[in-house]
Structures are given as structure tokens and as C-alpha cells.
Design a protein around this ligand. Structure first.
Ligand code: 13P
Ligand code: SF4
Length: 304
């Protein structure tokens, strides 16, 4: 089958099954073209909560499919390729977090949404890259424990100096591959270009950026900007998507190493097979885990 034939079949099956296809911005462009909604983690969470479809296909990584299930318990939620996980989501175990809480009982625990559902049950509120600053500001406690991404946490701390944010360890192994040397090289090659980065990058890189924000924030900045050239410091799929969105502008990857294999593992064929009932994994969560994690996501949606 050609890409177009796969896409046509997916669109037909989607109507037949009253399915909704949610697509994270890091998915490949052929998957973008069959999406009902494309977005960053925050947008996907909101859309997962709103859809009235019977079936939700979450093209992204496991914690995103879990988020959709947490918010839509009566819908059948599928991850088209069960291998798609986020290594950052598993950097703390539930026991480790409980021990940290016991050591720092006066701190509100703020979890990046890139965490397992089980871990969310022991946190107070979730944040995404696009909501983190706003939510940390709104938390009614000056003392925060932010897990797991120390880079995002440090970026939030800079913008919310009135709060005391404790960071332990952890981060995105993909964005952590980007270096200051990459910035120097890219700027030598493209001196007119604006540098747009994700706050999961090392703070030394984020400090050099013209703009830092979530995947949709980066895309919106590039689309609206008067500038003609951009160096993109996030997963490299965004370079491709931006080049489609703005054919008259030029986009360059900050580093060829900024590739998330977990995001790339889902293919158009996986989406097709999942809709046919011949692949993918239905997300099933124990009710106590779902309800415990929901409290944390609801708090984010309420504050954000
Ligand atoms: P956002 O889409 O929220 O910017 O997150 C980036 C990311 O790494 C998702 O796994
Ligand atoms: Fe996880 Fe990083 Fe991949 Fe996002 S880019 S899914 S945070 S490993």
C-alpha cells in the first residue's frame, strides 16, 4: 500500500469506528495528515478530555495514552505501537518518590506530565512544558519539589524566582544530547537564524535561545515571526513539520542527535492496524491508579 492508500483507509476506518486520532507534534508528517488533533502534551490532555469519540488512538508515547485514558475512562484508548515509551517517565519509582516526600514534607510535589500514572498518584499537580511556569506560580506553596526533569525545573525556577524549587535528578535523554558547541556551530553556519529551543534542553543551551517553549510554542513562534531562518532545538521532526507549514522560511536542526526513537517507532501502518483491531495496545488502568493520577491532572487543568 502507498502512504496515500494507508491514509485513505485510516480515514475510512476512523469514521466507521467513531475514532479520534490524537497526534503529538513529534510524530511523522504522514501521521499528522490523518490527525483530528495535533499538539503538545497540554493540548493533547485537553483534547482527550473533550472528545466524544468511542475510540481514541493516541499517536505519541505511553504516558500520553495513559493521560487520555485517565481523562476518558469510558472510551477505548489505544497506543498504536506498544513499544513507544518515554524513558523520562520512568526515572523515579513510586517508592523513591514516597521517600522524597517523607524527606521534604513541606514541599508541594509538581510532576512533569512525562511520568507514569502510578507515579502521578503520589504527586500534587502535573505540569507540561507549556503550562509549567503558570502552574508553579499558581501553586499555593512557596516550596516545590519538581520531578523528574531538572532542566525544565531550572527553566521554571528562573522565571518564578519567588518560589524555592527543589530538583533531584532526571531529564529527557534526547534533549540532553544538545550542547553549547552545537549552538556555536549552528550560529556560525546560519548567522541570521533565530534559535528556538525546548526547555528540556540543558540550561546552558536554553540560556542562549531567542525563544524557549513547548513544541507548539516553538511552532507558533516560527510561524508568526518576521525572521526567515530558524535553528530548531527540539526533536528533529519539528524541523520537517515547520518546513511544510512555512515553505518560504528555512529551518535547520540544532543537532542531528536530537531524535526521539520512541516517538519515531509509531508508523502509519501501526495506526491502520490498530484501527482494524489487529495491533496496538488498549490502555487499561486499575481504578485506584486512574483516580489517583486524575486528581493530579485535574489540578493542572484547573490551575492552567
Ligand atoms: P511538549 O509537547 O509538551 O512540548 O513535550 C515535549 C516532549 O518531549 C514530549 O514527550
Ligand atoms: Fe520522552 Fe524526551 Fe522522547 Fe519526549 S523527546 S518522549 S521527553 S524521551
Amino acid at each position: 500500500m502507498t502512504i496515500r492508500e494507508y491514509q485513505e483507509e485510516i480515514l475510512r476506518l476512523k469514521r466507521e469506528k467513531n475514532a479520534c486520532i490524537l497526534v503529538h507534534a513529534y510524530q511523522s508528517h504522514d501521521i499528522w495528515e490523518v490527525a483530528d488533533y495535533i499538539g503538545d502534551s497540554f493540548g493533547l490532555s485537553q483534547d482527550a478530555a473533550k472528545t466524544d469519540a468511542d475510540v481514541v488512538i493516541m499517536c505519541g508515547v505511553r504516558f500520553m495514552a495513559e493521560t487520555a485514558k485517565i481523562l476518558s475512562p469510558d472510551k477505548r484508548v489505544y497506543l498504536p505501537n506498544p513499544v513507544a515509551g518515554c524513558p523520562m517517565a520512568e526515572q523515579f519509582s513510586l517508592d523513591e518518590l514516597k521517600e522524597l516526600r517523607a524527606q521534604m514534607p513541606d514541599r508541594t510535589v509538581v510532576a512533569y506530565i512525562n511520568t507514569t500514572s502510578e507515579l502521578k498518584t503520589a504527586c500534587d499537580v502535573c505540569v507540561t512544558s507549556s503550562s509549567a511556569v503558570k502552574i508553579v506560580r499558581a501553586v499555593p506553596n512557596d516550596k516545590i519539589l519538581f520531578i523528574p526533569d531538572c532542566q525544565l525545573g531550572a527553566w521554571v525556577q528562573e522565571q518564578v524566582p519567588e518560589k524555592d524549587i527543589a530538583l533531584v535528578r532526571g531529564g529527557c535523554p534526547v534533549h540532553l544530547r544538545v550542547t553549547v558547541e552545537d549552538v556555536e556551530r549552528a550560529r556560525r553556519l546560519h548567522p541570521q537564524a533565530k534559535l528556538l529551543v525546548h526547555p528540556e534542553c540543558p540550561p546552558a543551551v536554553t540560556a542562549l535561545a531567542d525563544y524557549a517553549g513547548s513544541t507548539t510554542g516553538i511552532m507558533a513562534f516560527a510561524e508568526k515571526s518576521e525572521a526567515q531562518e530558524f535553528i530548531i532545538g527540539t526533536e528533529n521532526s519539528i524541523v520537517t513539520h515547520l518546513q511544510f507549514a512555512c515553505p518560504d522560511k528555512r529551518f535547520y536542526p540544532l543537532s542531528h542527535r536530537c531524535v526521539c526513537h520512541n516517538m519515531a517507532v509509531t508508523t502509519l501502518a501501526d495506526v491502520y492496524n490498530c484501527l482494524r483491531g489487529e495491533g496496538g495496545e488498549e490502555i487499561v488502568l486499575p481504578e485506584d491508579v486512574r483516580a489517583g493520577a486524575k486528581r493530579c491532572i485535574d489540578e493542572m487543568l484547573r490551575l492552567g
